[in-house]
Design a protein around this ligand. Structure first.
Ligand SMILES: C[S@@+](CC[C@H](N)C(=O)[O-])C[C@H]1O[C@@H](n2cnc3c(N)ncnc32)[C@H](O)[C@@H]1O
Length: 446
């Protein structure tokens, strides 16, 4: 024990540095998780089926033993891996329940889509922040891209021609969006990715292996063995719910939006008693996660999931076993087309993505369609009154500014918005936990 500790003075680094170092380390943590997801490292651990020693994992997957141990220690500190002792007193490793549920390709729901979209689209978009700060206009428009995808479906999935020609996206940004099938294991092998399967998978962010600075031996071994894990995972059995989804931006986008709701779907459908409603319409339902949960929870309710045609096609492929009659799918454009009739409409993560004009258009349409006494359920994370929390929502508000003219709102802004359109009885239910979802229920008066 040192003299300094013995005289009882507090030994502490400058607290002013805490937040900054936490954010910096957060970025590194995030990148390590992305690499483990992309390379199929967690899939490899999952495939063993039981806690395994480092020696076994090293032998089975060709990992460098020392680097594997250091990676495992790091992942244990993030609580993504669990270490436990076997009967002989040696350490064995397995995925944590969170990793197993959300970060492996063999399970659903999965957050892999969100991670890929965040890494390839949201993070590069943050580079536009200084420009956005000066001129207030996003350089990239996610809604124009979604609209471009509307008619881009062919029998192999959505082609990217329209999006490639999108004028307001720089080449650099396109590279980041035109994901090179990094998550191909979740998708059925198309002709192109089958022929690629003997080659090295692409490096993240367009990096070229040949141009990379030399790595220390262990690191290179790790990188190489993670690469081979990636190739190996592309040969793993496909989960039967993902038999034939198109491997393109759309599927990644939808999988990423699915991650917005998959952890809270069960909570949001129970946030209010919706049982008096007979016909629900989930506008912009995405993967259909909320529709499915609704239909499973309120078995007497007829639920229609409404979205753009390619999205509906994809959602049905993602969850093929849910078309049991109470859940229906309808393709269309909620701005241009008539929307299905219902006494309950759901807008999940839709309002925050559009400018005021579009939001007004949509709310007018819903209000006009609803019978008196009907309801609208809005699923959005609600900002605090001063808009500085929760952190996840404040961050997403800025991301929305970088990719759309949409925004997150606080409770009083939602109150005003709904009042402007004639809705009454505005009720908020906050969903605990770290998530992107709160529930707001409003009524059309009698
Ligand atoms: C962020 S996702 C939300 C998905 C889902 N509601 C949820 O909360 O998980 C927005 C959805 O709106 C859909 N969308 C965008 N423009 C649309 C339009 N004009 N008509 C119908 N759906 C549209 C997108 O395809 C996407 O599935």
């Amino acid at each position: 024990m040192t003299d300094i500790q013995m005289n009882g003075t507090e030994l502490r680094s400058d607290p002013l540095a805490d937040e900054i170092l936490q954010i910096v380390n957060g970025a590194t943590k995030y990148k390590i998780m992305v690499q483990c997801v992309e390379s199929g490292f967690f899939d490899a651990i999952e495939s063993v089926g039981e806690p395994a020693s480092l020696e076994l994992l090293s032998k089975k997957f060709g990992y460098d033993l020392e680097i594997l141990e250091r990676l495992m220690n790091t992942l244990v500190s993030y609580r993504l891996i669990i270490v436990e002792q076997n009967k002989k007193g040696s350490n064995t490793y397995k995925n944590s329940p969170s990793t197993s549920k959300y970060l492996t390709r063999s399970k659903k729901p999965t957050m892999i889509g969100l991670i890929m979209m965040s890494d390839k689209m949201c993070l590069p978009l943050t580079e536009n922040l200084p420009e956005l700060l000066k001129n207030g206009l996003p350089k990239f428009d996610i809604n124009r891209n979604i609209a471009a995808m509307k008619n881009g479906m062919n029998k192999n999935g959505v082609n990217l021609t329209d999006i490639k020609n999108e004028k307001n996206i720089t080449e650099m940004k396109m590279k980041t969006i035109k994901i090179e099938d990094k998550i191909s294991p979740t998708c059925s092998p198309t002709k192109t990715n089958v022929s690629k399967s003997n080659k090295m998978p692409p490096m993240p962010n367009g990096m070229n292996m040949n141009k990379m600075p030399p790595m220390p031996n262990g690191m290179m071994a790790m990188k190489m063995s993670m690469m081979s894990t990636s190739m190996m995972s592309s040969m793993m059995p496909k989960p039967n719910n993902m038999d034939n989804p198109p491997c393109d931006m759309l599927s990644k986008f939808i999988m990423s939006t699915d991650a917005f709701s998959c952890s809270c779907a069960s909570a949001v459908v129970r946030a209010f008693d919706l049982s008096p409603h007979r016909e629900a319409v989930d506008l912009g339902g995405g993967s259909g996660r909320i529709s499915i949960e609704l239909s499973n929870t309120y078995t007497n309710m007829k639920v229609t999931m409404f979205d753009l045609p390619p999205v509906v096609q994809l959602a049905q492929k993602m969850f093929p076993n849910n078309s049991d009659g109470t859940l229906q799918y309808k393709a269309g454009d909620f701005f241009e087309d008539d929307i299905p009739s219902g006494d309950l409409y759901i807008l999940g993560h839709v309002l925050h993505a559009w400018d005021e004009l579009r939001v007004d258009q949509l709310l007018n349409k819903v209000f006009a369609k609803l019978p008196p006494g009907g309801s609208l359920l809005v699923l959005e994370k609600v900002l605090s009154d001063d808009k500085s929390s929760p952190e996840i929502c404040a961050t997403n508000d800025l991301i929305l500014a970088l990719m759309s003219k949409g925004k997150e709102r606080n409770a009083s802004e939602y109150q005003k918005l709904f009042a402007k359109h004639g809705f009454t009885n505005v009720q908020f239910r906050y969903i605990d936990g770290y998530n992107y979802c709160d529930a707001i229920l409003v009524k059309k008066p009698f």
